[in-house]
Design a protein around this ligand. Structure first.
Ligand code: FAD
Length: 462
């Protein structure tokens, strides 16, 4: 048996941030980090774009290297198979028993696959799955991509020399992050030559929408720019067909022409070499659910309170595996993203150390405002607050400014006060928007001038 005051499970961004946080706050206490993956994820090059919006790189490194400056952290490469919360111990697949004082579960999530047992269906989650995708893509003429979130969007944009049939259940592309207007903006972008690609690849989007149709433990998740060093190229020419408002109803065996077929709810049957299923994730809650930790009905995550505590004593959770179940600030909500995995991991460390010392603490200000910065179709995208009008029940106004191919700015206002923003391109508006959402200033006097490019609104707020 081995023992430590603090034990963290998971070598993803949440687990590593948590172990680093504990090492910083309680350098004298022993910490064990258990990871099923041989390498762990380290956040590097943090750039703060505003007070609350940051960008960073993620490097995969051997656990020992990441924690070489933290002598109190021991990294164990193994898988947790059993939790005995009454005796505060874990059993690993090697048979080792680990006793903990406080435990943080950061086991992430895995892709929810359509037809998981079909060998032609692939989910993208970790480096191994990207390598596998790259290998199979190189001999593919046509790929069906299912899903409408960030991963599907990036795959469609980054993949070349292959026919893509993109199956989305919404009326417009990239619906997880953007509204129909921004999707239209990106559609034009996708028609053009990719800015960041040396090869003369031109994407052509062909929308074939049935108007009447309606929608009926692995490695750590990848970090930002996961595709940057991988050439994703197939055997054919570029062509993207978007099948909107539909889902895959069946996956059928192949024939001489195609190895596999998908049947869509709009009645179409599409033959392809490979199906990429990017339809969301399923939190890795076992064996903690079986041990009695409460699971959220809404998303299958481990329920945590404002201090990242699960419903079991001395057990916390952070990152993709957890489901935030507290009275949320008006402009924050949970989305399974690397920024939130990092904030939650760091904050769980604080909660564990302070609880261990029986000291009071306040919730971190990172949970005051939803922030996310990413790239879609090669463009910078900043999402702030209730960027899609979330929780506002359609009771809001929109201020919009768009310059074709350059920028798309959407502000969400309620009662004259800024609730959220979508900033695409180099708008330089993120700081102003962040401040206006946080301070809830009445913007009625500015009217539409708020987005007038000839007026420097920031001068008013200095
Ligand atoms: P994970 O990174 O999944 O780490 C979980 C860890 O737990 C792993 O080390 C695993 O080995 C370990 N583990 C699991 N079970 C056990 C067990 N029983 N015992 C021991 N160890 C265990 N987010 C963004 O913000 N921007 C993006 O552009 C973006 N792109 C993405 C692209 C892809 C292809 C994917 C898959 C995700 C993307 N995400 C993106 C989401 C983001 O990567 C995740 O939200 C984040 O990495 C979650 O971190 P985590 O530490 O909670 O979990």
């Amino acid at each position: 048996m081995v023992e430590a005051t603090f034990v963290v499970i998971g070598g993803g961004i949440a687990g590593v941030s948590c172990a680093e946080g504990i090492a910083f706050l309680a350098p004298e206490e022993p910490v064990i980090l258990i990871s099923a993956s041989p390498t762990v994820k380290k956040v590097t090059n943090v750039r703060n774009l505003t007070k609350m919006l940051s960008r960073f790189d993620v490097e995969e490194q051997p656990g020992r290297k990441v924690f070489e400056s933290c002598p109190n952290v021991t990294v164990v490469h193994d898988t947790v198979t059993h939790l005995d919360h009454e005796n505060n111990n874990l059993t690993l697949s090697s048979g080792t028993v680990v006793k903990y004082g406080k435990l943080c579960v950061c086991t992430g999530a895995r892709p929810k696959l359509i037809a998981p047992d079909n060998p032609h269906v692939l989910g993208i989650r970790d480096t191994d799955s990207v390598v596998e995708f790259q290998r199979r893509l190189s001999s593919s003429r046509r790929v069906v991509v299912v899903g409408n979130g960030g991963i599907a969007t990036e795959l469609v944009h980054e993949t070349s020399n292959v026919q893509i049939v993109w199956v989305i259940k919404d009326k417009h592309i990239s619906a997880t992050f953007v509204d129909p207007g921004a999707a239209e903006f990106f559609q034009e972008k996708l028609n053009k030559k990719k800015d960041d690609d040396d090869s003369p690849v031109v994407k052509r989007m062909k929308f074939s929408v049935d108007r009447g149709a309606t929608s009926a433990s692995s490695g750590a998740a990848l970090g930002p720019d996961w595709h940057a060093n991988v050439r994703l190229s197939g055997l054919s020419t570029d062509d993207v067909t978007v099948e909107k408002c539909c889902e895959v109803s069946h996956v059928h065996e192949g024939d001489d022409e195609w190895p596999v077929y998908v049947e869509l709810t709009n009645g179409k049957r599409v033959g392809c070499d490979l199906i990429v299923s990017a339809t969301g994730v399923q939190p890795n809650v076992e064996p903690f659910g079986a041990a009695g930790a409460r699971i959220a009905d809404v998303d299958g995550g481990l329920i945590v309170d404002w201090a990242m505590r699960t419903t079991l004593p001395n057990i916390y959770a952070a990152g993709d595996v957890c489901s935030a179940d507290w009275q949320k600030a008006p402009h924050w909500f949970q989305m399974r993203l690397w920024t939130q995995a990092r904030h939650m991991g760091t904050y769980a460390a604080k909660a564990m150390v302070y609880d261990n010392q029986s000291e009071p603490f306040l919730q971190d200000f990172a949970f005051e405002l939803f922030t996310h910065v990413t790239k879609l179709f090669g463009m910078k995208v900043v999402l702030l607050g209730l960027f899609n009008g979330q929780t506002l029940n359609d009771e809001y106004e929109i201020l919009l400014r768009m310059t074709r191919g350059q920028e798309y700015v959407k502000l969400i206002l309620k009662n004259g006060r800024l609730q959220g923003a979508v900033l695409i391109g180099d708008t330089d508006l993120e700081e102003m928007c962040e401040n206006l959402i946080l301070n809830q200033l009445d913007l009625t006097p500015f009217g539409e001038d708020l987005l007038n490019p000839d007026i420097d609104i920031e001068d008013y707020f200095d």
